[in-house]
Design a protein around this ligand. Structure first.
Ligand code: P1T
Length: 377
């Protein structure tokens, strides 16, 4: 079945009690039991909730995964995926990820005995050198936030598996519409559903999708044991969001290409980071691995002052953290999303004071272009 058919129907079976076509928000903390140990499969809402279960079936199907788990945020989903390693294990983390992912490793997991090293996972020779005897996981983002570097998921999966390690891919920027990492050999996919999957900037959530039954059992155990679950209302919102994922992503992609090309020609812009540009060093890999290039575009303005003028000069775009909503958002990675990354590392990666990131929305693209143009000039 096609992507949109799955998006609209998987998990969205009419409600068994009423026939409601939209999955109801089961806003309950617990369920009446008929007798001791006799119930309808629902005991307590941290453990099971029908609205959340519907979303879990939905996104798992979209990611070509057998199992899916919805969390209270992207970060709690990422943290739970890291519960597949133990104290003393070593993880290779892509050197450019969302700042919060780096912070989780650097400021929290480190103190719980998880060793990690950063590596440029887009360079397979470099990645191979980062493996240690105790490496149990490689964690990648592709394209990366905000530099848009692409990692070859099949090559990384083959290398990791040959070294006895699992691969986790944060698929937030592409969504399963444009990239399904499990189909390239990745073991575990994580998402911030806050972004494209929900798509309307009105919910914070996360997701873990995977195929391995034993690992899925553990992720489910941790989800219940720690309890960072997605609420019924948020589950409803994301479930509504994924129904239009395909048409929204196509629109983000169309607008993203136009904005990237416009910026690439603009005299006040020094560099544009967008895998859809033929000048992107991994354009061919992106074309092969992704179904589109999406709506995330970063560009170098040359200085903090220039960046500030753009960020404070826009009227259609909104200055703010986050991405993936229908409205265009503009942000300053160095002081916002990636402030927890040391300055030296930021500069090495290209996350300079002059870097601006746009999450290109699905407004009329002429209005977005005119807005950025007036802010740049
Ligand atoms: O905010 P939360 O739902 O917890 O998701 C964290 C997260 C995980 N992975 C990626 C690739 C992300 O971009 C994010 C959150 N990112 C932003 C808030 C941002 O503006 O980049």
């Amino acid at each position: 079945m096609g992507f949109s058919t799955v998006a609209i129907h998987a998990g969205n079976e009419p409600d068994p009690t009423t026939g409601a076509v939209a999955v109801p928000i089961y806003q309950t903390s617990t369920y009446a039991q008929e007798g001791l140990g006799k119930h309808k499969g629902f005991e307590y809402a941290r453990t099971q909730n029908p609205t959340r279960a519907a979303l879990e079936r939905n996104i798992a199907a979209l990611e070509s995964a057998k199992f899916g788990f919805a969390f209270a945020s992207g970060m709690s989903a990422i943290d739970t995926s890291l519960k597949l390693v133990k104290a003393g294990d070593h993880v290779i983390l892509g050197d450019n990820t969302y700042g919060g992912t780096f912070r989780l490793f650097n400021r929290i997991l480190r103190d719980y005995g998880i060793e990690f090293d950063l590596a440029d996972t887009s360079d397979i020779v470099n990645l191979e050198r980062a493996f240690k005897p105790n490496t149990k996981m490689v964690f990648v983002e592709t394209p990366t936030n905000p530099i848009m570097t692409i990692t070859d998921l099949k090559a990384v999966s083959d290398l990791a598996h040959a070294n006895g390690a699992k691969v986790v891919c944060d698929n937030t920027f592409m969504s399963p519409y444009f990239q399904r990492p499990i189909e390239h050999g990745v073991d575990i996919v994580v998402h911030s559903t806050t972004k494209y999957l929900n798509g309307h900037s009105d919910s914070v959530g996360g997701f873990v999708a995977l195929n391995d039954e034993k690992d899925a059992e553990w992720i489910g155990f941790v989800q219940n044991g720690i309890g960072a679950i997605l609420s019924p209302f948020d589950s409803f919102l994301v479930l509504r969001g994924t129904k239009t994922l395909a048409i929204r992503m196509d629109a983000h992609d169309r607008n993203g290409r136009v904005v990237a090309n416009f910026l690439a020609e603009h005299p006040r812009v020094q560099k544009v980071y967008y895998p859809g540009l033929t000048s992107h060093p991994q354009h061919e890999l992106a074309k092969r691995q992704q179904g589109g290039f999406g709506g995330m575009v970063s560009f170098e303005t040359g200085s903090l002052e220039n960046a500030r003028k753009v960020l404070e000069g826009v009227r259609v775009c909104t200055l703010g953290e986050s991405l993936g909503g229908v409205e265009s958002l503009i942000s300053h990675p160095a002081t916002m999303t990636h402030a927890s990354v040391p300055e030296e590392t930021r500069n090495k990666l290209g996350i300079t004071d002059g870097l601006v990131r746009i999450s290109v929305g699905i407004e009329d693209v002429e209005d977005i272009i005119a807005d950025i143009d007036q802010a740049l000039s």
